[in-house]
Write a protein that binds this ligand. Structure first.
Ligand SMILES: [Zn+2]
Length: 223
């Protein structure tokens, strides 16, 4: 049924085209460009919704691949719909810089120490106004349906080395305090557009990390 509808000139095609042609960034991850149209509820399970406009969501290729035909089996597994579920009013995304010691364990590093390794973790950190169901649903959306934690960790790993030059200049003038203020400023600026952007979470996490601000950024930038 769906494939017939997608043929040129048949009902359903204009709706599909309109959704596919919307410009801009992916409303799910805020990273990729909109390239494909996701059937929010999969057409394999809900063929009667195949060309219903509200079920057609323009998203990026990465998000579409992660979601595939995942069909929710309960409320908590229902992916959020960016046009119908309010994902922007509350702050729910946080990140953390985790330093790793020689034994491969996460540990709290002191300013003068050298980190064996490091990673950034992104997680859903719900406000107290959310009930348990809402929390489960956003967590499922984030780390199961779209695996946004993995996408953001890759983004962060690519982004951090490029900070070194700017942070070095800031550090020379203002030390660790200057670096912290600089990172907080970037986070605040980014939050105007999307307070749950991976960059806001990342830059806040870096600003909060004493070791990173007091020179650890050099080690991280060096890889
Ligand atoms: Zn996406």
């Amino acid at each position: 049924m769906y494939d017939q509808r997608m043929q040129l000139g048949r009902p359903g095609r204009p709706v599909y085209e309109e959704a596919r042609n919307r410009k801009g960034k992916c409303p799910i991850c805020d990273v990729g460009r909109v390239r494909q149209v996701d059937h929010h509820l999969p057409k394999s399970v809900y063929p009667f919704l195949a060309a219903v406009p509200i079920n057609l969501l323009p998203i990026c290729g990465d998000c579409n691949r992660e979601k595939l035909d995942k069909a929710p089996t309960c409320y908590a597994e229902q992916a959020l719909h960016p046009y119908f579920d309010d994902m922007e009013s509350d702050r729910w995304l946080r990140a953390e810089l985790i330093t790793i010691n020689a034994a491969g364990e996460p540990y709290e590093i002191k300013p003068s120490e050298i980190a064996e390794d490091w990673r950034i973790e992104f997680r859903v950190d719900p406000p107290s106004s959310w009930d348990e169901q809402q929390e489960e649903r956003v967590k499922h959306h984030f780390s199961q349906t779209y695996k946004l934690n993995e996408m953001y960790e890759d983004q962060a790993a690519d982004d951090i080395p490029g900070l070194e030059l700017a942070l070095e200049e800031v550090f020379e003038v203002g030390g660790a305090q200057g670096v912290r203020a600089h990172l907080e400023g970037i986070a605040r600026t980014r939050a105007h557009r999307n307070k749950n952007s991976w960059m806001v979470a990342l830059y806040e996490a870096l600003a909060e990390h004493s070791w990173f601000c007091s020179g650890g950024f050099r080690q991280i930038a060096a890889g």
